[in-house]
Design a protein. Sequence first.
Length: 268
Amino acid sequence: MTTQDEKLVRLRRQRSKQAIDLAMQGRWREAVAANEVIVESFPTDVDAYNRLGRAYMELGEYAQAKNAYKRALKYDPHNAIAKKNLQRLNYLGETAVSTEGEFRKVEPQQFIEEVGKAGVVNLYGLGRKEVRARLVAGDKVNLRIDNHNLVVEDGRGDFLGIVEPRHALRLIKLMEAGNKYSASVVSAVEEAMTIIIRETSQHPGQVGKLSFPTRLEEFKPVEERVFKMEAEMEELPEESGYTIVGGEEGEVLPEEAQMADEMINEED
């Protein structure tokens, strides 16, 4: 590699980092400009086109977002990010009210899975595709108790799905006892949706009760896993520190298991 090539690689890396930082701060209009500069100098940069598409989606400019993702596919016909988001845009339609005034900042700490305090859960009974299509990894969602169900809604109050019973039953009991939780989207695809739920405040009366306990006999040393979010998050450098750590298998108490079975039977 020549000295000139090395300079170009460094320049591309610097500009990409700047574009990622802007997206992480929710500065989507500036992120558009930053990625446009990149593709002017590096017209085959698929990652920049994907970031550009994400920024336009956040601004509600869906036609421009489609164009950016199509350009990504021109240079990488099998690119999964571009394909997935073009499918999402098909549900959203051609036009949308601009969300430029909204500040959707990605908070990396939401994606550190702490043993006992946070966990990744699947949703079932999913809401309408066109509603779920509005969400991307990192978006905050709301939790609401509805009898024995823990319902997940977006910021507009639209239904997204229900937390799987093996986690919901314990979390509902803790929420009713005073614990507080936050939740964010981990993955939203056509037929599935996953969120991470984090304990943000523990009521004094719940000290010692874990929100996401693991079976001691199954505990193994935790292996760090890089959490790849969509678009700008999927290409973060290794040193960026976006990892999920923690056990996956949650303990289900006998009474919780029985109630979960009853709920599932009712669904059938």
